[in-house]
Write a protein that binds this ligand. Structure first.
Ligand code: ZN
Length: 396
C-alpha cells in the first residue's frame, strides 16, 4: 500500500500539469473564457472565499462528481483545476479524466500559493455574514448562482413598476432571493378586490398605500432588503428620474401608453425591462434589453386594439395567472443580474393557461424603429411616450 505522499507523487506523474505563468497569460489575453477554457477551484468553501483566481468557478473536491458538470458542461473543453498547492487538484484531475470522461484536464502546479508567490492577482470576494450564508445557502449551492451570483443579487437594484398582480409575487420572491434594493412605484391603495391575486397585501391592510403594504411584506421575508418607495403615478415628467439608477425594471404596468413611455425612457437610459402582461387566462412575457434585442416598439409599432387593454375598464383575470407571470419575470431578473442562462431577449413567450401551453415567438429588432434604431442621446423629451390620446384610445 502506497503512503499518501507516494500516491500523490504517482498521480502527478499520470496527469498533465500547467504552470501558473501559462494560466496567467491565458487570463491576461482574455482567452480564459473566450476559448472555452474553464478554471475550477477545487478547494473548500472558506478557502475559495478568502481569495481565488479571477473568474475561477468553484467546485469543492468533495462535490466534484456531482457538481462539475454544472460548471464545466463540455467534457472536451480545456479544464484547469487548482487548489492550494497542486495536490488536491492533481487527484481531482485524475478523477475527471478517468471516472468522468473529461478529455483535456490539467492541474495547476503549485496551486494558488505559487500563483500568489509569482505576484499574480487574485479576486477577493466581499463576504457574507454568517446569517446571510445560511439564508442564501440554497442559492450558493447552485453552480450558476453560487456565492458570486448571490453577491451580485445583494448589490442589485431592481425597480418594480406596479405593486399589484405582477409586482406582488415579484416583490416577495425577489426579496427572498436577496435583491439588495427593491424600488416600488405605485400610487394606489390596497382594495379588497385586489386580494384575489395581489399577494404582497393582506386583508388587514385594505386602504393602506400599496407601496407601504408591500414594504411590510418584503421586510417580513427579508429585513436586509432596502425598499425605495415611490407613491406616484409613472408619467412623462418623472419616468427618467424614477427608473434612472436601477439595474433592471420589472414592468407590471396595466396600460399601453405608459408601456410606450417606459420603453422610450429605458432605451434612452439603456436599462433592461422585463415585461409581462395578462388578460383572462393568457399571459405574455419578454425581456427588452436596449440595443441587444428589440424594444417594445419593435414588437408593437402601433398599440394593440383597445379591447386588449386591461386598464380600459375592469377586465377579469384568473388570480393565479399574474402569479405565474410575475414569477417568470423574477426568474428573468435573476438571470439578468447574475448573468446565468439565456434571458428572454428577442423572444415573446405566450402562456395559455386553459390549454396549458407555452408558445415562443421570435421578435426581431426593427431597423426603422422610431426609438431603438437611434443613438439614445438623440431622443428628445418630446418624442418619449408618443401615443394616441388615451381617453380616445379606450373609447375607440
Ligand atoms: Zn425598437
Amino acid at each position: 500500500m502506497a503512503s499518501g505522499s507516494e500516491l500523490i507523487r504517482r498521480v502527478r506523474e499520470q496527469i498533465r500539469e500547467v504552470d501558473p505563468r501559462e494560466v496567467h497569460d491565458l487570463l491576461q489575453h482574455g482567452n480564459g473564457s473566450g476559448n472555452g477554457t474553464v478554471i475550477v477551484d477545487v478547494r473548500e468553501q472558506h478557502e475559495y472565499e478568502e481569495a481565488h483566481l479571477p473568474g475561477a468557478r468553484h467546485v469543492p473536491r468533495g462535490h466534484l462528481e456531482s457538481r462539475i458538470e454544472g460548471s464545466a458542461p463540455d467534457k472536451d473543453a480545456r479544464v484547469i483545476l487548482y487548489c492550494a498547492s497542486g495536490q488536491r487538484s492533481a487527484l481531482a484531475a485524475k478523477t475527471l479524466e478517468e471516472l468522468l470522461g473529461y478529455s483535456n484536464v490539467e492541474s495547476m502546479n503549485g496551486g494558488i500559493t505559487l500563483w500568489k508567490d509569482r505576484g499574480f492577482e487574485v479576486e477577493v470576494p466581499r463576504s457574507l455574514s454568517a446569517e446571510q450564508r445560511e439564508r442564501y445557502s440554497r442559492h450558493i449551492l447552485v453552480p450558476e448562482i453560487g456565492l458570486e451570483g448571490q453577491m451580485k443579487l445583494l448589490g442589485a437594484k431592481v425597480l418594480l413598476l406596479g405593486a399589484g398582480g405582477l409586482g406582488s409575487p415579484a416583490a416577495l420572491y425577489l426579496a427572498a432571493a436577496g435583491v439588495g434594493t427593491i424600488g416600488l412605484v405605485d400610487d394606489d391603495v390596497v382594495d379588497l378586490s385586489n386580494l384575489q391575486r395581489q399577494v404582497a397585501h393582506s386583508s388587514d391592510r385594505v386602504g393602506m398605500p400599496k407601496v407601504d403594504s408591500a414594504e411590510i411584506s418584503i421586510h417580513e421575508i427579508n429585513p436586509d432588503v432596502k425598499v425605495d418607495k415611490h407613491q406616484v403615478r409613472l408619467g412623462p415628467d418623472n419616468v427618467m428620474e424614477l427608473i434612472g439608477g436601477y439595474d433592471v425594471v420589472v414592468d407590471g404596468l396595466d396600460n399601453f401608453p405608459t408601456r410606450y413611455l417606459l420603453n422610450d425612457a429605458s432605451v434612452r437610459l439603456s436599462i433592461p425591462v422585463v415585461s409581462a402582461s395578462i388578460l383572462g387566462f393568457d399571459g405574455q412575457l419578454s425581456v427588452f434589453k436596449p440595443f441587444d434585442g428589440p424594444c417594445y416598439r419593435c414588437l408593437y409599432p402601433t398599440p394593440p386594439p383597445a379591447e386588449l387593454a386591461p386598464s380600459c375598464g375592469a377586465a377579469g383575470v384568473l388570480g393565479v395567472l399574474p402569479g405565474v407571470m410575475g414569477l417568470l419575470q423574477s426568474v428573468e431578473v435573476i438571470k439578468l443580474v447574475t448573468g446565468a442562462g439565456e434571458p428572454l431577449i428577442g423572444r415573446l413567450l405566450l402562456y395559455e393557461a386553459l390549454g396549458a401551453t407555452f408558445t415562443e415567438l421570435k421578435v426581431r429588432r426593427d431597423p426603422q424603429c422610431p426609438i431603438c434604431s437611434r443613438d439614445p442621446s438623440e431622443i428628445s423629451d418630446e418624442e418619449m411616450g408618443v401615443f394616441p390620446d388615451y381617453e380616445a384610445f379606450c373609447a375607440g
